[in-house]
Design a protein around this ligand. Structure first.
Ligand SMILES: [Zn+2]
Length: 280
C-alpha cells in the first residue's frame, strides 16, 4: 500500500502506557528485607543440566535460584501448590511490568485469581539494564524451548527442551503420566536469559547470558507454591537451544524460612476482587 499523505504525522503520535502501574499494590520491600535477614535455609534442590526439578515453597518463605559451575539459563514455572489451575501468567506479568523482571516486581497468576504469586527480592544482575541491542535479563517474552517448534522448523525429535524437562518433572512430582502432566506446563520466567526484539524485524533474539556462578535471583513466596525449574539445553543461550551441543550447567534452588513474627502484619494476598458476573 502507498503511504497516506499524513503517514509521518500518524507515526509521530506518542505512545501511551497500556497499563499504568502506579496503582499496583506496592510490596513492602523493607519488611521483606528485614525478614530475609532472619531466615534459615530449610531445603535445596540441584537441577541437573538439560533436566528439570520441582520444589515447594510455603507462603512467607523465600526461594533463591543460583548459577553454579557455569553460565546457565533457567525456565521457571510456578503454580499455587493447593490448586494447580492457578499458575504463572507470563503475558499479564509482561503487560504490567514490562518485558523483563527485576527486584520489586512480581510474578502474577492466571485468571480468575490475578494476584502476586512471588515478589522478586534480590537480583544480582540488576546492573545489566537494557543493552545497545535492546536486550535485558529475566524475560517474560519467551515461552520455553519445546520439541514441537523444533519439529515444525526442522523435523526434529529432541527430548530435552525445557518443555519436556518440565513435563517429566511435573509427572514425577504429581505421580501422573506425561500426558496428564504436560497441560500443566506453561509459559515461563526465563531466569538469567538475555533477550529482546530486533529493532529492524521485531524478531525475538537471545544472546549469551551475563550470568556467572554466584549470581542469583531471589523471590518471596506470596502464596503456597509448587515450582519447577529447567536448566535449559541452550546453556547460556549464546547459540542454540534445541540440541545437546551447548555447554550446560546445573542450577541451584534454595528455600529459606524467616523467623516466626519476622513478617509482622503481612498477609498472603487474596484472589482478585472482580465479581465475575461478566455482564450477566
Ligand atoms: Zn529452554
Amino acid at each position: 500500500m502507498q503511504e497516506p499523505a499524513d503517514a509521518a504525522a500518524r507515526r509521530a503520535v506518542e505512545p501511551v502506557i497500556c497499563y499504568p502501574n502506579d496503582t499496583l499494590p506496592v510490596p513492602d520491600m523493607a519488611l521483606y528485607t528485614a525478614a530475609r535477614h532472619t531466615a534459615q535455609k530449610v531445603d535445596e534442590v540441584l537441577v541437573a543440566p538439560r533436566d528439570a526439578a520441582c520444589f515447594k515453597v510455603a507462603a512467607g518463605q523465600f526461594f533463591r535460584i543460583s548459577s553454579v559451575e557455569g553460565p546457565q539459563v533457567g525456565d521457571l514455572n510456578l503454580w499455587n501448590a493447593n490448586d494447580l489451575s492457578e499458575r504463572f501468567y507470563s503475558g499479564k506479568t509482561r503487560a504490567l511490568h514490562g518485558t523483563h523482571l527485576t527486584k520489586g516486581q512480581r510474578m502474577w497468576s492466571s485468571f480468575p485469581h490475578l494476584r502476586p504469586m512471588a515478589t522478586i527480592t534480590a537480583d544480582t544482575l540488576d546492573w545489566y539494564g537494557i543493552d545497545a541491542f535492546g536486550g535485558s535479563v529475566h524475560d517474560v517474552i519467551g515461552t520455553r524451548c519445546d520439541p514441537y517448534t523444533g519439529n515444525l522448523l526442522a523435523g526434529s525429535h529432541y527430548h530435552h527442551c525445557c518443555h519436556s524437562n518440565l513435563t517429566r518433572a511435573v509427572a514425577d512430582e504429581l505421580g501422573v503420566s506425561l500426558k496428564q502432566a504436560e497441560p500443566h506446563v506453561h509459559d515461563v520466567l526465563n531466569v538469567f536469559m538475555c533477550t529482546g526484539f530486533t529493532r529492524d524485524t521485531g524478531q525475538y533474539f537471545m544472546k549469551a547470558s551475563p550470568v556467572r556462578p554466584g549470581d542469583h535471583l531471589e523471590f518471596f513466596a506470596e502464596i503456597d507454591l509448587l515450582g519447577a525449574l529447567s536448566a535449559c539445553p541452550g546453556g547460556d543461550c549464546s547459540s542454540e537451544h534445541s540440541s545437546d551441543s551447548a555447554a550446560c550447567y546445573p542450577l541451584l534452588v534454595e528455600v529459606f524460612q524467616p523467623e516466626p513474627n519476622a513478617l509482622g502484619g503481612w498477609v498472603s494476598p487474596p484472589a482478585n476482587g472482580y465479581n465475575r458476573s461478566h455482564g450477566r
